[in-house]
Write a protein that binds this ligand. Structure first.
Ligand code: C2E
Ligand code: CA
Ligand code: CA
Ligand code: CA
Length: 278
């Protein structure tokens, strides 16, 4: 809907033409997916390196396409961002996370905070209001939700972004900076933003403890986070060696296949009930 083939498209190279068509196809199918309930949230536990207990989870979007099967968010999120559909998608994610948290709390589960990913485009003046409404609709306490944002947001119009962040934090929502280390944030720069958690990108965890550069980067990030009194989460932890190194560095939490892949809600619920430990 709303997309017309412009005459300019005629001048695209065949490859660009194909890509544009692919995007249009994904966009229209994604609209159907929202309407037809093909979207689902998976949950990946975050584990404390001190206690070994589950202290949070990240909600990750999954698309069960009726023909193509499971489509990776790496494929459809970028399309949704380009087309603007990310707003609807993002609203669905927040709504679904709140609904699920309410259901779990009604079933007497003690819930750690659940993090949802936000695209930069969702980060507008209306965001605090939209969050407040979703929380209210499901009677979910703001401390049950954490928002994961990326560095690209920090370089964009800092004043407005800081104002929106402050509003969210004042409401009781915590902010985590995702994929840290892949962008350009310096210590001085980071200090300006009310961010409580840094997530070290998997790109630097992969090489631990053998790649010297990755070790140096991980060490620098942890030291910086400690200076800023931020919690630090390492993403993509797959081996005991990586875990041991990160624990010795003073990293707070671990997320990765070593503990668990992202899993459907009922599997995450079972892990919580069983009090599964690292
Ligand atoms: P991300 O936010 O950095 O999420 C972490 C990704 O790493 C997830 O991929 C997760 O499945 C994967 N992962 C976790 N542990 C490991 C590990 O030990 N090894 C490896 N190899 N991978 C691991 P996923 O679920 O495919 O999501 C990809 C990206 O799509 C996310 O990266 C995020 O940027 C985006 N995304 C997912 N859900 C949403 C959403 O609801 N909203 C928005 N805006 N973006 C989302
Ligand atoms: Ca994330
Ligand atoms: Ca990440
Ligand atoms: Ca990442």
């Amino acid at each position: 809907a709303g997309t017309s083939m412009e005459p300019a498209l005629l001048f695209f190279s065949e490859e660009m033409n194909q890509r544009a068509k692919e995007h249009l196809r994904i966009e229209s199918e994604l609209r159907d997916a929202l309407a037809n309930g093909e979207l689902q949230l998976y949950y990946q536990p975050k584990v404390s390196l001190r206690s070994g207990r589950i202290v949070g989870a990240e909600a990750l979007l999954r698309w069960r396409h009726p023909v193509r099967g499971l489509v990776s968010p790496g494929v459809f999120i970028p399309v949704a961002e380009e087309t603007g559909l990310i707003m609807e998608l993002g609203n669905w994610v927040v709504e679904e996370a709140c609904r699920q948290i309410r259901a779990w709390q009604d079933a007497n589960l003690v819930m750690p905070p659940i993090a949802v990913n936000l695209s930069a485009r969702q980060f507008d003046r209306g965001l605090p209001q939209r969050m407040a409404e979703a929380l209210q609709r499901h009677a979910v306490h703001p401390e049950q939700i954490m928002l994961e944002i990326t560095e690209s947001l920090l370089v964009r119009g800092a004043e407005t972004v800081i104002a929106i962040m402050n509003e969210l934090v004042a409401m009781g929502l915590a902010l985590a900076l995702d994929d840290f280390g892949t962008g350009y944030s310096s210590l001085a720069y980071l200090k300006k933003f009310p961010i409580s958690t840094l997530k070290i990108d998997r790109a630097f965890v992969v090489g631990l403890p053998h790649e010297e550069n990755d070790c140096a980067i991980a060490r620098a990030i942890v030291m910086m986070a400690q200076q800023l009194r931020q919690e630090i989460v390492a993403e993509g932890v797959e081996t005991m060696e990586q875990m041991t190194f990160l624990r010795e560095l003073g990293c707070d939490q671990l997320q990765g296949y070593l503990f668990s892949q992202p899993v459907p809600a009922h599997d995450f619920e079972r892990m919580l009930r069983e009090g599964r430990r690292l």
